[in-house]
Design a protein. Sequence first.
Length: 233
Amino acid sequence: MRPPSTSARPATAGSAPDPQAVYDEWDAFTSWAQTADLPAAAPFAVEDLGPPVPRPRQVFAIGLNYSDHAAESGFRVPDAPTVIFTKWVSCLTGPVTEVVLPDGGHTDWEVELVAVIGRLARSVSEADAWNHVAGLTAGQDLSERAGQLAGPSPQFSLAKSLPGFGPTGPWLVSPDDLDDRDDLELACSINGEQMQKGRTRNLVFSVPPWSRRSPASSRCCLVTCSSRARPRG
């Protein structure tokens, strides 16, 4: 089941439906979608799409989540998902966007698996973790490395949250629509050259393990499972 992009409440005259509203009523929405008699899809341009979750309450990124990338970065693979940081909601965009690179900076890119938490989650067991995931989408974790590494100690959030530094989309796919939700391919190309390629089966901490330890305590948050944990490259 691939949920349509709609709203849980009607739009006012002259306004478009708010996709964010559906996450507050996710169970009701998915129940309705199972039997809804939907009209034919209207044509659209991917360039016109915004982020599938435009205003999540929280954004968490799980770092050092590929052993190959940890080795490349000179870090030991952690025993638990404790390298956790945030990207600010203001940096989120749709899948096609224009990013102004900061002067004098070194902007880096990292392909992401993004999980959207659709139900209240706190101290969730690994066995129940997938039941709290509304869907998965792709994302990019853009980082301005010069700013990130400046000063006596590195900081993540500001250097990773400049305007446009969080492209996501184009769509949210519910876990039951995937053949194997634990083995998805992630890839990144720049100007036609493939820079990254890997599979989520190689994540150190996939969705169930990080759900048990995640600090998330509200619904509709984004969790990027592979930030600073990109596939090799």
